[in-house]
Design a protein around this ligand. Structure first.
Ligand SMILES: C[S@@+](CC[C@H](N)C(=O)[O-])C[C@H]1O[C@@H](n2cnc3c(N)ncnc32)[C@H](O)[C@@H]1O
Length: 361
C-alpha cells in the first residue's frame, strides 16, 4: 500500500516538474521559486558537468594549482608558463574562477579560489584528476561502453589485475603510485573510525606498496604489520618493519598469525565470486575473535550516493571488474563467509570511505 502511494506521489511530482505551466507558476512564488532554481541548477550542472571536469583537467595540466599556490601571478606570466596565448589562459582562468578554482585580484593578478586551495594541498586529488583522462576516453561513447559489458578500454589497460588472464598482472607501477598518492585521505578516515590499538598484528590484504601500513604504524607504533599483494607489487615494499607476503588472493591462502585483516579499497574492485573466495580465505586465516575490516566508498550511502553508485558504478564497469556494494550487500556476503555480526564505524567523509568490521566467532 505504501509503495502504491509513493509511486503515485512520484508520478505527480514528475508531471509537475515537466510541465512548463507549473514551472512558470512556481517561479512566481518566493518559496517555490527557490526550489525550482535549485532543480534547474542541478539539471544544468548535470548537462554541463563534463565541461567543469575538463576545466579542472586543464587547470591541473597547466599546473595552475602549483603556479598560483605561493603568491598571486598575472595572466601574462601564467600564459608564458603554460605555453598558451594570453587570451586562452584568460578564458581558462575565468572558467576556473566560476568554479572556485581560481580567484581574480586587483591589477590583473590571480590567486587560488577555495576549491583550488584544497586541490593544491592534496596530491591524491591531483593524481586522480590526471588519471581521469583514461576514464574520460572510455566514457566518450557511454552506450558502447555499457554494450561491450565493461572493460576493453583505456582504464582496463591501466588496471592489469582486473583481468586474471593478463600476463603483465601485478606489474602495477602505474596504479601503485596512483593508489599511494590517494591513500592518505582514505587512511585518515579509517584510522579515525576504527580502533586498531585493540589488536596485536594487522595484515593489509591488497596493501600495494605499503602506503596504509606506513600510516598505521605511525599511529600505532607497537602493532605488528604485514602486507599481502601480488608478488611483483609486494616485492617493491621497502619498509623495514613490515612483513611482506606475495600471493594471489584468487588462488592462494592468506597468511596466518594476524588478529586483524584489512581490505582497503579492495572488495569493490572484484566480482562476487572473487569476493566470496577472498572473504572465506580471510575467515580461515583469522584466529577466533580475529576481526576483518573493510574500508571503501559504498553504494547507497547517505550523502555520498553519487560517488558510490554513479562514479564508482561507471569507474568499475570501465575497469572491467567489481561493483560498488552497499553495507547491506557486504554484510550478507560476510555472513555467507561465516563471519558473525557486522559493526558499522562512522567516518567523517563517507564520500571517501565507509568502514565496517566483523568478527570470526
Ligand atoms: C585499488 S588497489 C588498493 C591498494 C591499497 N589497499 C589502497 O587503498 O591504496 C588494489 C590492490 O589490490 C592488489 N590486488 C589486486 N588483485 C589481487 C590479487 N588477486 N591478489 C593479491 N593482491 C591483489 C593490487 O595489486 C593493488 O595493490
Amino acid at each position: 500500500m505504501y509503495d502504491g502511494w509513493r509511486e503515485r506521489a512520484i508520478g505527480w511530482r514528475n508531471r509537475a516538474i515537466a510541465s512548463p505551466r507549473f514551472r512558470r507558476w512556481a517561479q512566481r512564488l518566493p518559496i517555490a521559486r527557490s526550489v525550482s532554481r535549485r532543480h534547474a541548477g542541478r539539471l544544468f550542472d548535470l548537462v554541463a558537468g563534463f565541461v567543469y571536469t575538463q576545466t579542472l583537467a586543464a587547470f591541473v595540466a597547466a599546473q595552475l594549482h602549483e603556479l598560483l599556490a605561493d603568491a598571486p601571478v598575472d595572466a601574462e606570466a601564467l600564459a608564458e608558463h603554460a605555453k598558451l596565448p594570453v587570451g586562452a589562459i584568460e578564458r581558462l582562468l575565468h572558467a576556473a574562477a566560476a568554479l572556485e578554482l581560481a580567484q581574480p585580484l586587483s591589477n590583473g593578478r590571480w590567486t587560488l579560489g577555495p576549491a583550488g586551495a584544497a586541490l593544491a594541498g592534496d596530491a591524491g586529488v591531483q593524481a586522480m584528476v590526471e588519471h581521469h583522462a583514461l576514464l574520460y576516453a572510455d566514457l566518450a561513447d557511454p552506450l558502447a561502453l555499457l554494450r561491450r559489458g565493461g572493460g576493453g578500454g583505456a582504464l582496463a589497460g591501466f588496471w592489469h589485475y582486473a583481468r586474471a588472464d593478463d600476463p603483465t598482472r601485478g606489474e602495477g607501477g602505474g596504479y601503485s603510485a596512483l593508489m599511494a598518492a590517494s591513500q592518505p585521505m582514505v587512511a585518515e578516515q579509517l584510522l579515525d573510525a576504527y580502533r586498531f590499538d585493540r589488536h596485536r598484528a594487522v595484515l593489509d590484504v591488497g596493501g600495494g606498496t605499503g602506503a596504509f601500513t606506513r600510516q598505521l604504524v605511525a599511529r600505532h607504533p607497537r602493532l605488528g604489520v604485514g602486507v599481502f599483494d601480488l608478488p611483483d607489487v609486494a616485492a617493491r615494499i621497502a619498509l623495514p618493519d613490515v612483513a611482506t607476503h606475495g600471493g594471489d588472493f584468487t588462488r592462494d591462502a592468506l597468511p596466518e598469525g594476524y588478529d586483524c585483516i584489512t581490505l582497503v579499497r579492495i572488495v569493490h574492485d572484484h566480482d562476487d565470486a572473487v569476493v566470496a573466495r577472498l572473504l572465506a580465505a580471510a575467515h580461515r586465516a583469522l584466529p577466533p575473535r580475529g576481526r576483518l575490516v573493510i574500508a571503501e566508498p559504498m553504494a547507497n550511502t547517505s550523502g555520498a550516493r553519487a560517488m558510490g553508485d554513479a562514479y564508482f558504478g561507471w569507474y568499475l564497469w570501465a575497469m572491467g571488474s567489481g561493483r560498488p556494494r552497499s553495507r547491506e550487500m557486504l554484510e550478507g556476503m560476510l555472513c555467507d563467509a561465516g563471519f558473525a555480526a557486522t559493526q558499522r564505524h562512522a567516518t567523517a567523509l563517507p564520500l571517501i570511505a565507509s568502514v565496517i568490521s566483523t568478527r570470526r566467532e
